[in-house]
Ligand binder design. Structure first.
Ligand SMILES: NC(=O)c1ccc[n+]([C@@H]2O[C@H](COP(=O)([O-])OP(=O)(O)OC[C@H]3O[C@@H](n4cnc5c(N)ncnc54)[C@H](OP(=O)(O)O)[C@@H]3O)[C@@H](O)[C@H]2O)c1
Length: 282
């Protein structure tokens, strides 16, 4: 199969390109410099030239804090950009897998969110990703929207690298929020499933995140333990940290669809450490 990966220079995009190649697909991994998804004409021309049968969109504005003051710029990538890809794909009969986020929910649920639950994004980032979902579904009911969460993996700035950086300079304790509970997800577990969704032209909205859930605080403890760092993780809240973007206090993803769950986030963290020991100082 001919597979185009947009946002191939990113953390998830790099893993999707590697997996697609290892599964024998002819893969065109395009970083932002090679395909800017906000450029409608470039998107159409590239899709016409490469004639992919499947597209995985990993391109996104992922600066959650920055999006609060630059929402139109974030919307251009996460909303309009996703729509450009979705319409161009539909026009040539290519299937699109759009990657979305748990931040489309407001966090007021008391059980894991399933695909049909009402969305209500709290942050600019969440709103722009939700707009992207709408554009993709409007372009074709045959495309897939895959909501995932709290990604970590090689080649990217993520919560694990942030904690290890902060932990290294923190002395003997670090305060981490308890009022964000979600599903940490290893890109090495998610990427093969996105390619599989492309292979079988899965349609509609899916939730796919690391099994189990935890608070950011508990995740930080597990990260420090994996790195052999003896640091006391104390409790704080989003309000105390005065973050620009409100995050859902609870964004655990479940599924009402017939989807095989991903391995647990504990397994994901162990796999990440085995693959990139240098990140963990080992
Ligand atoms: N990270 C998470 O915790 C998380 C959680 C849930 C869902 N997601 C979703 O997962 C997907 C992958 O995220 P990630 O963590 O791999 O993020 P990432 O490492 O920031 O990758 C995103 C990539 O998109 C590229 N990009 C930005 N604007 C673009 C444009 N106009 N045209 C083409 N490419 C553009 C970026 O390039 P530059 O580096 O040059 O800007 C970057 O390489 C995104 O859809 C994100 O919303 C992420």
């Amino acid at each position: 199969m001919r597979v185009l990966v947009a946002g191939a220079g990113g953390m998830l995009g790099a893993d999707v390109v590697a997996v697609a190649g290892s599964r024998g697909h002819e893969c065109f991994g395009l970083a932002r410099g090679e395909l800017d998804v906000t450029d409608e004409h470039a998107v159409e021309a590239t899709i016409a030239r490469l004639a992919p049968e499947a597209i995985v969109n990993c391109a996104a504005w992922t600066d959650v804090e920055g999006a609060e003051s630059l929402e139109p710029a974030a919307l251009a990538v996460n909303g309009t950009g996703a729509g450009n890809l979705a319409r161009a794909a539909a026009a040539v009969g290519a299937h699109l897998v759009q990657v979305s986020t748990d931040y489309v929910f407001d966090g007021t649920a008391t059980r894991p969110y399933v695909e049909s639950d009402p969305t209500n994004a709290l942050s600019a980032y969440g709103r722009t990703k939700l707009a992207g979902e709408g554009e993709v579904i409007a372009a074709s009911r045959e495309h897939a929207v895959v909501r995932t969460a709290w990604l970590f993996g090689p080649g990217g700035k993520n919560f694990v690298t942030t904690m290890l950086r902060l932990g290294a300079g923190a002395g003997d304790e670090l305060a981490v929020v308890t009022d964000e509970v979600g599903c940490p997800t290893y890109t090495g577990h998610l990427a093969p499933r996105l390619v599989e969704f492309a292979e079988r032209r899965a349609a509609g909205v899916f939730h796919l995140a690391g099994a189990g859930h935890c608070s950011r605080n508990a995740f930080a403890k597990a990260i420090f333990e994996a790195a052999g760092l003896h640091l006391r993780v104390t409790e704080t809240t989003q309000a105390q940290l005065a973050m620009a973007a409100p995050r859902p206090p609870w964004s655990v993803l479940g599924s009402e669809r017939d989807v095989e769950p991903l391995p647990s986030w504990h397994d994901g963290l162990a796999a990440y450490r085995a693959r990139a020991p240098e990140v963990f100082g080992q």
